[in-house]
Design a protein around this ligand. Structure first.
Ligand code: NAP
Length: 290
């Protein structure tokens, strides 16, 4: 059984990205710039944003952080997004989700210029991905495909079962895995699926993105299957200094006993999400310099 090391793959891709950043600076005098907007002080969002900014700087990019109070009116946030859309030093715009309840997430995402939508969340980018046009692929799903390839598996012809149908993970993962380039046969499962294990036991690849610890257990797997665990769940653990630990959606020990390969949590999908954000930001800067 192989543990798929997301940190190692992320490190090698980030080194490649940093090289690309240097080349762009030298050849075109363009420094890729990412603007990261955080509204409020949700602790998980603060730590995600901090990690994204750090990764950005380490890759040699310019990171502009905009932290706004939780009661920021939607109109002010929309005005900021439009200002960043027009700023030539900003190649990528990321609005950290979730936003406070009084702000319409859809309105804000729709306001981001598609050529700066490095999260790949705008309807224009999602549509382009579905019809195979040039676009920014959403970061977590793109990272998942890279991880499966990195594990050594040839995805073509395999049966992939995706658990979860969110717009940011499940649906785009299913779309990417079923593209002609990857060529998997995909089954998309959700809470309306009757007998989830019936499907997962037929899968060569299981991507679990349900947001619930213990959704996938070893008895639900075909021997040798590859498991990509997207979930991030806090479990109380008084033995840890913070009082909790992070676990995925797969029960690691029972799944590892049956699987051929599995991603750990943390250290699997998480580092790849930020890496693919850097990838898209570099690509956005390259396109602007064409
Ligand atoms: P989400 O919007 O809550 O969607 C969860 C999906 O899973 C829903 O479609 C839901 O079905 C389905 N589901 C839940 N329980 C299920 C079950 N027992 N059986 C079958 N389907 C089930 O969550 P998300 O945004 O996709 O995120 C999923 C997890 O990934 C979360 O833990 C999140 O923190 C994590 N995540 C990690 C990263 C990373 O970079 N590591 C990035 C994004 C998300 P219904 O549609 O029927 O409700």
């Amino acid at each position: 059984m192989k543990v798929i090391d997301g940190k190692a793959l992320a490190a090698s891709l980030r080194a490649e990205i940093a090289k690309g950043v240097e080349e762009l600076k030298t050849a075109k005098s363009v420094t890729p710039g990412l603007a990261v907007i955080l509204v409020g002080d949700n602790p998980a969002s603060v730590s995600y944003v901090t990690a994204k900014e750090k990764a950005c700087r380490e890759a040699g990019m310019a990171s502009r952080e905009v932290r706004l109070p939780a009661d920021t009116p939607e109109a002010d946030l929309l005005a900021l997004v439009r200002e960043l859309n027009a700023d030539p030093a900003v190649h990528g715009i990321l609005v950290q989700l979730p936003l406070p309840k009084h702000i319409g997430e859809k309105n804000v995402i729709d306001a981001i210029a598609p050529e700066k939508d490095v999260d790949g969340f705008t309807p224009v980018n999602v549509g382009r991905m579905m019809i195979g046009e040039e676009c920014f692929l959403p970061c977590t799903p793109h990272g998942i495909v890279k991880l499966i390839e990195f594990s050594g598996m040839d995805i073509a012809g395999k049966h992939a079962v995706v658990i979860g149908r969110s717009n940011i993970v499940g649906k785009p993962v299913a779309a990417l895995l079923s593209r002609k380039e990857t060529n998997a046969t995909v089954t998309l499962c959700h809470t309306g699926t009757r007998d989830l294990a019936h499907f997962t036991r037929q899968a060569d690849i299981v991507v679990v993105a349900a947001g619930r610890a213990g959704t996938l257990t070893g008895d639900m797997l075909k021997p040798g299957a590859t498991v990509i665990d997207v979930g991030v769940n806090r479990i109380e653990d008084p033995s840890r200094p913070r009082g909790y630990r992070l676990v995925g959606d797969a029960d690691f020990d029972s799944c590892a006993a049956v699987a051929g390969a599995i991603t750990p949590v943390p250290g699997g999908v998480g580092p790849m999400t930020i890496t693919m954000l850097l990838w898209n930001t570099l690509e956005a800067a390259r396109r602007s310099a064409r």
